[in-house]
Ligand binder design. Structure first.
Ligand code: HEM
Length: 163
């Protein structure tokens, strides 16, 4: 049931809607000066997401399972797309949608065969990248929960359904 307390949900094509409001409540409960600070700002803004995606793609660049899936030789543009998407998802600037349109992430991943091995490799590098940026335990938990759900949502192939 929609109510004024349940606005601000973001689906971003990444699984079940993720309510942003509890995150904002969390952030404002911690902050004394900035009660409207959102998750993006609370974790350090663009610089944090830049470092996160840089560390993530350093891992991808070395990965024998998923590196071959990335069409471009230079991973820089892919890193920028992921950075802009995550910034937007967590309440930052909406540059991703201005440049790329609606995320439709599951559809955008359809050309790639993503099974358990690919998902696990992706998550391994994301876990490492999150360890590099060192969010607070609570922000880490919230973001990691999202990454796991989003990665599972992107799986489009399994041994059971493959011909
Ligand atoms: C589960 C394993 C995953 C694999 C193997 C994978 C692989 C890929 C590949 C090969 C691309 C194309 C490179 C590019 O053009 O950017 C891509 C794009 C992208 N991926 Fe993933 N991905 C996975 C999960 C995720 C998740 C969980 C997210 C979000 C949290 C995500 C966000 C993106 C974004 C934003 C793009 C760029 C879309 C665009 O604007 O074209 N991916 N991914």
């Amino acid at each position: 049931m929609a109510s004024s307390k349940e606005t601000n949900t973001v689906t971003a094509d990444s699984g079940a809607p993720v309510p942003l409001r509890p995150v904002q409540q969390f952030a404002s409960a911690q902050a004394t000066q900035a009660p409207t600070e959102n998750f993006y700002e609370a974790v350090g803004g663009s610089e944090t997401f830049r470092r996160l995606t840089e560390a993530f793609y350093e891992g991808v660049a070395q990965d024998p399972v998923i590196r071959p899936m990335y069409p471009e030789e230079d991973l820089g543009p892919a890193a920028e797309r992921l950075q802009l998407f995550l910034e937007q998802y967590w309440g930052g600037p909406r540059t991703y949608s201005q440049e790329r349109g609606h995320p439709r992430l599951r559809m955008r991943h359809a050309p790639y065969v993503i099974g358990a091995a690919e998902r696990d490799a992706w998550l391994k590098h994301m876990r490492h990248a999150m360890d590099v940026v060192e969010l607070s335990p609570e922000h880490d938990r919230i973001m990691w929960d999202y990454m796991v759900r989003a990665a599972n949502f992107m799986v489009n192939s399994s041994e059971l359904t493959m011909k």
